[in-house]
Design a protein around this ligand. Structure first.
Ligand code: SF4
Length: 307
């Protein structure tokens, strides 16, 4: 099934939610003070070089309080909206299973009868079989979606940015999750050092080859508190212009399988630490330009996909 509209020649998340739930759905981002195996030495040290860690926002506030703060804002704007608690910062399956159960179930209870699911962002190499088993059972009661950071399928780039994970590990976890029918959203970045549009389209091909239900596409945000920025000062790499980004995204959409839901086409710039690209501050202009480019070039999701 596809969720194209006249305005959006691709499966936008809003349209998908509207058709699935019949109303507005809002994610409530939660910070449950997780860490990451690519920071504490289990998989690597220092983390992915572009990553500044979580925003630190809400770190010391209870889940219940965080939930209420955001829920009140949503309720003011969209009184009918359903909620999806979203465990976002760091790797949100990286705690003992009992603790995970407590956190996830607390969030689901807070959403109550307006809960439209639960979303959990993590690394593909840090979800145990027992956790997947549990999430599979949970998924029978509320829709569970797992966001997996892929960033790129190019292993040279992956090593350069210290991702400390292989594509095989990613594929293995996609298959383990899908055995339990759990929805998967892959997160990818355009503009990583030395990557070309061929790399970006190869990453899309890699996603197309897997049983993945959603994708989040971001531009690289070069932040001044990251290892990547230190590397950049010594060894600058090309930063995408807005026009280049728009063209890459349009071609990614045209090459993407037409059943995949597009959750995002642009990142929210972290204004305090952003060094480049400054155009990412103009999120709505970027989104409009993507729509315009698609329309002017008669492009739509899946146009160039060859199964
Ligand atoms: S991007 Fe994700 S996996 Fe990489 S260091 Fe940051 S939290 Fe860990």
């Amino acid at each position: 099934m596809n969720y194209f509209t006249k305005a959006k020649p691709y499966n936008s998340l809003n349209e998908y939610y509207k058709q699935r739930y019949g109303k507005k759905v809002s994610k409530i981002a939660l910070n449950a003070s997780f860490t990451c195996p690519n920071r504490d030495g289990k998989k690597g040290y220092g983390g992915c070089t572009f990553c500044s860690g979580g925003s630190g926002e809400y770190e010391d506030i209870s889940i219940a309080k965080q939930f209420t703060l955001v829920k009140d804002i949503i309720d003011n704007k969209w009184p009918d909206s359903l909620y999806i608690p979203y465990f976002q910062a760091y790797s949100n399956t990286y705690k003992p299973l009992d603790e995970l159960k407590g956190l996830y179930e607390e969030a689901i209870n807070l959403a109550g009868d307006k809960c439209a699911g639960i979303a959990i962002a993590t690394r593909a190499d840090c979800i145990s079989d027992e956790c997947i088993e549990y999430l599979g059972e949970l998924n029978k009661k509320v829709p569970v979606s797992i966001e997996l950071g892929l960033q790129t399928s190019n292993m040279d780039t992956s090593n350069l940015i210290n991702r400390c994970m292989t594509n095989d590990e990613f594929v293995d976890t996609v298959n383990r999750l899908r055995k339990h029918n759990i929805e998967i959203i892959a997160h990818i970045i355009n503009g990583l050092p030395n990557e070309t549009i061929t790399d970006n389209l190869n990453t899309i091909k890699f996603i197309n080859s897997l049983d993945i239900q959603g994708v989040k596409i971001h531009s690289l945000l070069l932040l001044d508190n990251t290892k990547m920025y230190d590397d950049y000062k010594n060894n600058p790499f090309h930063i995408l212009t807005m026009d280049e980004y728009v063209e890459i995204v349009a071609l990614e959409i045209a090459n993407l399988r037409d059943d995949i839901i597009i959750h995002r086409l642009q990142a929210d710039a972290k204004l305090d630490h952003l060094v480049e690209p400054m155009w990412t501050r103009k999120k709505f202009i970027v989104m409009n330009n993507i729509d315009k480019y698609l329309r002017n070039n008669n492009l739509y999701q899946g146009k160039y996909y060859k199964g």
